[in-house]
Design a protein around this ligand. Structure first.
Ligand code: CTP
Length: 410
């Protein structure tokens, strides 16, 4: 079965006895990783209360079109944009007729008309209503318009009859909803990243740091999320906003970054260390601002933990990607880091002269045990997508190799 990690699903509930199953549908969608918001038609309220659906979805339920309060919160156009897919379950015969006609006389139909996301319906009705020529014509229209039809199933019905028209079960609906999305290369995987600089305080106003904006790490976190991963980003101080749908943990020093990574990395399949971690920190940190006096002073420093090398020691260790920013002998220095830190892949870039730290463009030399590849200079967001694609290919290839080696030994 697929997953719905990072996906936003709008669940439309129309008036039919199967609406009592909607709470379970919400639960199943959320179990697969989706965030769910519910829109109810007027008729749905006779079968299930908004309060139930609000409790299971964790969000207010939307019911009114053109209600001043609702439109001020999340109006129909915003809702339509928010959803990555719309699932209407149950879809009554009346709802299907209204959707086929392209009406927009309530919130749910208006959202279905306004969205660019895929729309799926799960019909639920008495078997004679299902077999009626008008319903059949409406379904044919909907199918022609690209609406996906999930079910219905056959069996005993609430009205006491037996035949087609039963809504599919919630677990089945959630599974089919996941199939609406083209599968991402990192579907179902957990990726942990570090990004930005660290700040090693000398006193309350001074500190040691590295030059790094965090742009590359943040772009990689967003690209991993787009590729279907659940993403944890451990970030040093940056001026960038948290990337959407990424769990972002803000830290300051290398030690705090180390602690946050070690607390989250055990469930990760991939760890990408992009942060420019300060290698040393002051032995002591003054609690008050230090005053100048002597002409010459010295600052005693102590080594910080190496986060990447520590994660590499874990058993089992995730697939490990490091970064190397070099001003000279790019390949040689990067290869040494790959071997010393016992990692799977190192992305090396030359810093200085318009490339690297503070620019939006960057090129990368990727060095692994299997060989060397270059990703040419391009905007960081595009480069991040290419790198995530490459990491996913290598991760899957190495896992296949491990599996076949294990099968061989058995
Ligand atoms: N790294 C880390 N923890 C540290 C230091 C570095 O996780 N304490 C990671 C960086 O995020 C990056 C890689 O290790 O992925 C960089 O390697 P490193 O040897 O630290 O690079 P430099 O500090 O540039 O090394 P050197 O001073 O030897 O050039």
């Amino acid at each position: 079965m697929g997953t719905l990690t990072n996906k936003r699903i709008l669940l439309g509930v129309s008036g039919g006895i199967a609406a009592y199953k909607s709470a379970d549908t919400v639960r199943r969608l959320r179990e697969m990783g989706a965030e769910v918001r519910v829109i109810m038609t007027r008729g749905a309220g006779s079968f299930i209360t908004p309060l139930t659906l609000q409790a299971v979805s964790g969000h207010p339920v939307y019911q009114q079109l053109l209600d001043t309060d609702a439109e001020a919160g999340m109006g129909h156009i915003e809702l339509a944009r928010w959803g990555d897919a719309v699932l209407v379950a149950p879809a009554s015969a009346n709802f299907l007729a209204r959707l086929a006609q392209g009406r927009a006389d309530d919130l749910l139909t208006a959202v279905c008309l306004a969205t660019e996301a895929p729309v799926a319906v799960a019909p639920a009705m008495n078997r004679q209503m299902w077999n009626n020529a008008a319903t059949k014509a409406n379904l044919a229209t909907l199918q022609k318009n690209g609406v996906r039809i999930f079910g219905p199933g056959e069996g005993s019905q609430a009205c006491g009859e037996v035949g087609p028209g039963r809504m599919l079960e919630p677990a089945d609906l959630a599974g089919r909803t996941s199939e609406l999305f083209s599968t991402g290369v990192l579907d179902g995987l957990h990726v942990v990243l570090t990004a930005g600089p660290t700040w090693e305080a000398i006193d309350p106003v001074r500190g040691l740091t590295n030059r790094s904006t965090g742009k590359m790490g943040y772009a990689l976190a967003a690209a991993a999320m787009e590729a279907g991963a659940s993403v944890t980003l451990v970030s040093g101080p940056t001026s960038l906003p948290d990337p959407e749908r990424v769990r972002t943990l803000r830290v300051e020093s290398a030690q705090e970054m180390y602690d946050a990574v070690l607390a989250h990395v055990s469930s990760a399949e991939i760890f990408i260390a992009v942060a420019a971690v300060a290698d040393y920190r002051p032995v002591t940190r003054a609690s008050e601002k230090a005053k100048k006096s002597a002409e010459r002073i010295s600052l005693e420093l102590v080594r910080n933990p190496d986060i990447l090398a520590s994660v590499a020691e874990l058993k089992p260790a995730p697939y490990l990607v490091g970064f190397a920013a070099e001003t000279e002998q790019l390949e040689q220095n990067a290869r040494r880091k790959l071997e010393e830190k016992k990692i799977d892949l190192i992305a090396a870039n030359r810093v200085g002269a318009d490339l690297g730290f503070e620019s939006d463009d960057n090129s990368l030399l990727l060095i692994g045990r299997h060989g060397v590849t270059t990703l040419t200079a391009q905007p960081k967001t595009r480069l991040a997508r290419s790198l995530i694609q490459y990491i996913a290919e290598r991760y899957h290839a190495e896992r296949r190799d491990q599996n076949s080696r294990q099968a061989h030994r058995r």
